[in-house]
Design a protein around this ligand. Structure first.
Ligand code: GAL
Length: 808
């Protein structure tokens, strides 16, 4: 039989557990999957009849290439939070991309490593959704939740020679409130090991005692096999062995060890220090299985009076909520994309991520461990009472426990995770049944992980204070409703309050609207939102209002802003306007480019680096002489503004008011083209920093800058090239919308492009797009050979631009 499939052997795979050694083999099923986007008898069809199937690489998102279509998954919804009286037809709610329907994936492989006496597990990290998995024509298992990781023991289904793996997925309409993606969008692996082995996700490492001199590392490992011995070696980040420990006492199927690590280096966002535990399982003298797991030594505590303590130090959450799509890549997981997001967030001073509203990818958690980000891992957006007709409510009663078990067991060794969230704004909050669910879910989390607290993002604050729902949780997490924080603080036994979801302020990068007023749900004819950052939603508030509470109340332990990046779907406040198809909530746009709000958060969150940012841009032909307010987001407390050398006065942060406390605002500036300059003062009134922006002339050429000029030649790595349209002096043209065309040659390929315009129906995978507010981002991907990658960009009337990226 023609061998369509090649199997990639992974030497070290990028999970918390590293697992290639003499005892186990981990095989990544990546390339040469066959895919068809319709119902067929996919589990059994002969190879010949799959000729018209596409050949794809996993992770894969079948819907991201579009086209956008207003009619896909139109949802008639009445958003009660927005005080809507009648249901409106929401066209872009799930991104208007073709994710609804059935998809079949097949892959043939042979597995010479699997012999009698071995065990083989098939692990899927995420398949959207309702996966039915078949091997050699027989159904191996089903997993409905599209966000979770799951595995099946396939030992009894394997045969010698060629095996056929088939996966059927189905996305129903009205099953999500945002773009969920479609397909096998995270990795798939086969693990072959001895039958005497470490159980999948059965090892739990905690650090229950920490002093300056020594940390106690507790390891509980569930194993298959009798008369076994566990030998553990702990290494520091440089690979030095810190401790070796052997034990052979089994209690039921578990071996427990307590190991001392001297002079421990603690894990924190500022110093994300990681240790490694290498576990070897012996039966007699025979090494049967080996597992390597990274962990951090750190303590967490949630204190009634002090708040959240990390390693004994009060730490406020400066966090963002993130959906799982990566903009132009859709949901197909790419580690370089995740890493770029975290790097952008770290520069803003962000120290935490909430995986709203479902299980995070294992790769994202690895990166948060490495780069230093606290993590709130969330399980569900729905419990028994649904928000959308075909959402998780269909599965909740039967599956919730299994889903939580997999989430916790797979992820609990990540030091970055400091809290679990059992749900988001579940309508069950309002019912007595919901209190029972909350208690049951909390207890499942506690059973699987007694070291971390459980929260729920609650929006029905009055109800949960009255019905006891709020009392059941370890941490009271509130979505918006800041006017009820004080009451909740007084009434709830936990004392502390977390802004589990905050702000939901909306803006479009580089777009400013006049007059400049604070107004909820502001809408404009061009379906854009103003970047003066004064528009929130009916249920939400401006960033400044959250800051006030966090600064003034010790018992407010921080926030998770909705959202760090724009995402596909949920185009509030244009939910029922076409062609809006992605969110406006992001601090950064869908391309990952910072909006002005980025600098507002940075001025407060990044306490190490200077922030001095002026808005709006200064190209307002036709507004000469008209009031054009200027805002400055800065960590300095006062500054003087000049327009063409003429002082507009000094503004000081004023602690008595809401906005002036965090923004410097010159509300009466009249527009004249030229230069806007800000001079910032330190607290002694000394001028210490300045910044200028200029009116740009006509678009003249392009400026290219790559986030990384050297990438790995692994066929996956990405360089993100930001393209700016500039005038002849190199000044960015903030309103330019030139059409740009892309060509990639050499050791790479064009992957995608995105301009961050929530109303654009241009497709991300095509090699042309218009700039939005003068910019866009091109994603260039390596092939598997090293060499130079050339990106060439042409545009009518502009000089051709080129950039070289090395793949090594
Ligand atoms: C919240 C919800 C989020 C998102 C947000 C938009 O209520 O939890 O998923 O919809 O509103 O403001």
């Amino acid at each position: 039989m023609k061998k369509l499939i090649s199997i990639t052997f992974v030497l070290i795979f990028n999970l918390g557990c590293v697992a290639q050694n003499n005892t186990r083999t981990v095989i990544n099923l990546e390339k040469n999957w066959r895919f068809i986007n319709k119902e067929v008898a996919g589990a059994e069809m002969p190879e010949a009849s799959t000729a018209n199937w596409e050949t794809v690489t996993v992770p894969h998102d079948w819907a991201i290439k579009g086209p956008f279509d207003k009619h896909i998954d139109v949802q008639a919804v009445r958003v009660t939070q927005d005080l809507e009286k009648v249901a409106k037809e929401r066209s872009g709610r799930t991104g208007a991309l073709p994710h609804i329907g059935i998809g079949w994936y097949r892959k043939s492989f042979s597995l010479p490593e699997f012999k009698k006496g071995k065990q083989a597990l098939l692990v899927l990290d995420g398949a959207m959704s309702d996966a039915h998995v078949f091997l050699n024509g027989k159904e191996v298992g089903n997993w409905p939740c599209g966000y979770n990781y799951f595995y099946f023991d396939i030992s009894d289904y394997l045969k010698d020679g060629e095996n056929l793996l088939a996966v059927r997925l189905e996305n129903l309409p009205e099953s999500s409130r945002w773009y969920p993606g479609a397909g096998i969008y995270r990795k798939v692996q086969i693990i072959v090991k001895d039958q005497v082995n470490f159980q999948q996700w059965g090892t739990f490492i905690t650090t229950p005692y920490i002093s300056e001199k020594v940390a106690k590392v507790n390891i509980k490992s569930e194993v298959n096999g009798k008369n076994v011995k566990l030998v553990t070696e702990i290494k520091d980040a440089d690979g030095n062995v810190k401790a070796i420990y052997t034990s052979d006492k089994m209690f039921d199927n578990q071996i427990e060890q307590n190991i001392g690590v001297t002079n421990p280096k603690l894990w924190s966002p500022d110093s994300p220090y990681l240790y490694t535990a290498n576990l070897k399982l012996y039966q007699g003298d025979n090494l049967k299985d080996e597992l390597t797991t990274r962990f951090g030594i750190r303590s967490i505590a949630y204190d009634r009076d002090k708040g959240f303590l990390l390693n004994g130090k009060v730490t406020k959450f400066k966090g963002v909520c993130l959906h799982h799509d990566q903009g132009p890549l859709g949901t197909a997981l790419n580690k370089a994309a995740l890493k770029r997001q975290i790097a952008i967030l770290k520069d803003m001073g962000c120290n935490a991520i909430r995986s709203s509203h479902n299980m995070p990818s294992r790769e994202q958690l690895d990166l948060c461990d490495e780069m230093g980000i606290l993590f709130m891992a969330e399980a569900f957006d729905e419990w028994e009472k649904g928000k959308v007709k075909n959402g998780y409510n269909r599965f909740f009663n039967e599956w919730a426990e299994r889903d939580i078990v997999n989430l916790v067991r797979a992820d609990r060794n990540h030091p970055c995770i400091v809290m679990w969230s059992a749900g988001n704004e579940v309508p069950d909050q309002l019912r007595y049944e919901g209190v029972k669910h909350a208690k049951r879910l909390r207890d499942i989390f506690h059973r699987e992980d007694p070291t971390r607290p459980v929260t729920v993002g609650m929006d029905r604050v009055t109800a949960i204070l009255a019905n006891g729902f709020g009392n059941v949780l370890d941490v009271a997490g509130f979505n918006y409703r800041i006017h009820l924080y004080e009451e909740a603080h007084e009434k709830l036994p936990q004392g502390i309050v977390l802004g589990a979801e905050t702000a939901s302020t909306v803006s479009s990068r580089g777009i400013y609207k006049f007059p400049v007023i604070e107004k909820k749900m502001q809408r404009f004819d061009d379906l854009q939102c103003s970047s003066y950052d004064l528009s929130a939603c009916g249920w939400s508030n401006l960033p400044d209002e959250d800051f006030v509470l966090q600064d003034d109340k010790d018992w407010v332990i921080g926030e998770f802003v909705w959202t760090g990046f724009d995402y596909l779907g949920e185009p509030t406040p244009y939910n029922w306007y076409w062609p809006s198809r992605s969110s406006y909530f992001g601090i950064c746009d869908l391309a990952g480019l910072p909006k002005d709000r980025y600098y507002l958060y940075r001025s407060r969150w990044n306490t190490k680096d200077e922030t001095l940012h002026i808005l709006p841009h200064w190209n307002w032909k036709g507004r000469e002489g008209e009031i054009t307010p200027v805002f400055v987001y800065t960590n300095y407390n006062s500054a003087e503004l000049f327009v063409n050398g003429v002082s507009q006065g000094i503004q000081k942060k004023n602690f008595d008011t809401k906005q002036n406390r965090y923004r410097l605002m010159w509300m009466d500036v009249k527009y004249q083209p030229g230069t806007v300059k800000v001079v910032a003062f330190d607290d002694n009134g000394k001028a210490v920093a300045e910044k200028e922006i200029h009116t740009a002339g006509k678009p003249h050429h392009l400026k290219l800058s790559a986030d990384r000029k050297v990438i790995a030649a692994d066929g996956k790595d990405l360089s993100y090239v930001t393209v700016s349209v500039v005038d002849k002096n190199g000044i960015p043209c903030p309103t330019a919308a030139n059409r740009l065309n892309f060509k990639v040659t050499g050791a790479g390929q064009f992957k995608a492009v995105c301009n961050g315009d929530a109303t654009s129906l241009e497709l991300f995978h095509l090699t042309t797009m218009k700039a939005f507010s003068g910019k866009l981002v091109v994603l260039v991907q390596s092939l598997e050979d090293s060499g130079n990658i050339e990106l060439e960009i042409t545009s009518k009337g502009l000089k051709t631009a080129k950039i070289t990226i090395a793949a090594k």
